[in-house]
Design a protein around this ligand. Structure first.
Ligand code: CA
Length: 361
């Protein structure tokens, strides 16, 4: 314990050690609020940062410290787990992780392979960087045993920061970056949201939740390397559930400067085991994104996002509404209600679930 205490002091005061050590510290800046996690077991205000570290080093439960600065006053948090990089940082908190292995960012050293097992979206021999997108993560050994979708961080190399996304990491659809999900049988999430929410993302980022990943994330992912967009839409057709799919090659979302309008090369047929959906995106090609507070549609007298109570690349106010209110199985057909979730279908069925994914081609 004396050795660990010494290393903490050395690193926090910047004195060069005169012996080798196996423990290192790394600082990450994030807006992660340590009071919101169960792993913070001790909090004290009014001490120095080195004192906080020294106290941690003397406590076997302590794996990391978090610091909050309010003027000259430091609040010190002792955590029983290590901190993951968070996104949307405002630099309010600093986190210092203590490592006992050479794997970075929560990675676990595996004695049998002498390699690291990474988590949370980190990849590489030492978990030294985040994956570019979910497809890259799924192509590594780190996530091959995953059986379901989960929250990960990605960092496309063209982006200034990391993003939180849901990746499908299962045998059926390994490595799909989940663009958005809205379904009648997941807990309700309000999609009547302003521009800033559609820009940054919202909802319940989980395997079972409804969420929108964020247009900024989509811009960076789709401009980083070619992506195929897959749309999965569930209809109740004559009392039977039918899952229909449609795919778009080289799907690209532009930046906010261009209103996030999108392009793709061509529609591609679905896989052999899927029912084909109708093309629901060509109708919106070239249109800017609209929300109730940013009206970019082609209707000069009406606000289509407000009429549809959602956000989309609306052109007219009487068209389809893929982020609208998902319809329960009892409502089989699309009605004149513009807030209904809808997608083109030969028999005008209403849509009960819409899922969209990106897959690196
Ligand atoms: Ca308008």
């Amino acid at each position: 314990m004396t050795g660990i205490l010494y290393i903490w002091i050395v690193l926090l005061f910047g004195i060069m050690p005169d012996c080798r050590s196996y423990m290192t510290l790394s600082s990450i800046e994030s807006c992660y609020d340590p009071t919101q996690t169960p792993e913070t077991y001790y909090t004290i205000t009014g001490i120095s940062v080195p004192q906080c570290g020294i106290m941690c080093a003397g406590d076997e439960r302590c794996m990391s410290i978090s610091i909050k600065r309010d003027g000259n006053t430091v609040t010190c948090y002792h955590n029983s787990g290590r901190r993951l990089l968070s996104t949307g940082c405002d630099n309010q908190y600093s986190h210092f992780n203590g490592y006992h292995s050479s794997c970075h960012y929560h990675g676990v050293f595996l004695n049998d392979t002498y390699g690291c097992r990474c988590y949370g979206g980190y990849i590489g021999a030492w978990c030294e960087r985040l994956m570019e997108d979910c497809s890259e993560g799924a192509s590594t050994d780190h996530y091959k045993d995953f059986t379901e979708s989960d929250v990960f961080h990605i960092h496309p190399s063209n982006a200034p920061r990391a993003f939180k996304v849901v990746c499908t990491m299962d045998g059926w659809s390994p490595g799909w970056t989940w663009f958005f999900k809205r379904r009648f049988d997941s807990p309700y999430v309000n999609f009547t949201r302003p521009w800033e929410d559609y820009k940054h993302g919202f909802g319940d980022f989980s395997n079972s939740g409804n969420f929108w990943t964020g247009l900024d994330t989509m811009y960076h992912v789709t401009n980083n390397r070619p992506q195929r967009l897959k749309a999965y839409i569930s209809f109740k057709e004559d009392g039977k559930w039918v899952l229909r799919t449609y795919a778009y090659k080289n799907f690209q979302v532009s930046s906010e400067t261009y209103g996030y309008n999108f392009s793709f090369l061509s529609g591609v047929p679905p896989g052999p085991n899927h029912e084909k959906a109708m093309d629901g995106l060509s109708l919106f090609l070239g249109a800017k994104f609209s929300t109730y507070d940013v009206d970019n549609d082609n209707d000069s007298s009406d606000n289509c996002a407000n009429i549809h109570q959602s956000g989309w690349w609306f052109t007219t106010c009487d068209g389809y509404n893929p982020t609208g209110q998902p319809q329960p199985p009892s409502v089989q057909y699309k009605t004149s209600d513009p807030t209904q979730m809808s997608w083109p279908n030969t028999l005008n069925y209403s849509a009960a679930r819409v899922n969209m994914f990106l897959i690196a081609d």
